[in-house]
Ligand binder design. Structure first.
Ligand code: C5P
Length: 235
């Protein structure tokens, strides 16, 4: 079985504040996207990384990848992304050569995922799961609300799902390629992760342990944490 990783990196990252597209922001002096690509290439099982770039930034992303060394065994491709994350992933899948039968989908916004987590996801797909997600138990209690019409207005709570049964889902998510392609062809609902599309096909998605360093860099405080994790690794 050959494994490829698709990295959607076409988002603007508005929640992070003004500046370059999120994937191109520096972390320890290196663009976040390069960290994410290296995190996938760190797995000996991954021989191709497909980066889905902002449509007006494919040339820039290509030259970035050329400028940063990857392991000898790893190829990369750059393709332009779409309006929504889902569209970007689909465009990445369309670019995959036929010989890849396992696909990882990994957010550029999770630059520090450890290789053991990547390998655990691949292993579970090899063992026969059509879709695998790394995830962690929650520290916070989660409430479902009736969203307020106007921002800042109090929102009534609708439900409190038992916390022990909830998991916060990370990436890379791993898939049997044919399953993920079918999900992208059939599911049209908006979803926030790829495994959600596979669930809508009626298939079972399984969870493997995630890692706290696989957190998503979304808000300015996440950048502070990411810099600290990186600094600790370099000690
Ligand atoms: O916005 P969010 O943090 O959920 O984005 C997750 C990932 O999806 C990021 O790596 C972002 O660059 C990517 N994305 C994309 N195409 C879009 C929107 C987001 O590739 N149109």
């Amino acid at each position: 079985a050959r494994t490829a990783a698709v990295i959607p990196a076409a988002g603007r990252g508005v929640r992070l504040g003004p500046g370059a597209p999120k994937a191109l922001r520096a972390l320890g002096g290196t663009p976040m996207l390069i960290h994410a690509v290296r995190a996938m290439a760190a797995s000996r099982a991954v021989s191709l990384v497909v980066v889905v770039a902002p449509p007006d930034g494919t040339a820039e992303v290509k030259s970035l990848l050329d400028a940063h060394a990857l392991p000898e065994r790893t190829d990369f491709l750059v393709v332009p992304g779409g309006a929504e994350r889902q569209d970007s992933v689909k465009l990445g899948l369309d670019a995959l050569p036929p010989e890849y039968d396992i696909v990882l989908v990994h957010d550029a916004a999770r630059p520090l995922v450890p290789v053991d987590t990547v390998d655990a996801v691949i292993e579970a797909v090899r063992d026969g799961a059509p879709a695998v997600v790394p995830a962690l138990p929650l520290a916070d209690t989660v409430k479902e609300v009736e969203p307020a019409g106007t921002p800042g207005e109090p929102e009534p709570v609708v439900a409190t799902p038992p916390r022990a049964r909830l998991r916060a889902v990370q990436t890379p998510q791993g898939f049997d390629r044919a399953t993920l392609v079918r999900a992208h062809e059939t599911v049209t609902d908006q979803v926030t992760d790829d495994a959600g599309m596979v669930e809508q096909l009626g298939l079972t998605v399984v969870v493997v342990p995630g890692h706290e360093e696989a957190f998503k860099v979304t808000r300015p405080l996440d950048l502070v944490l990411a810099e600290a994790v990186l600094a600790r690794r370099r000690l």
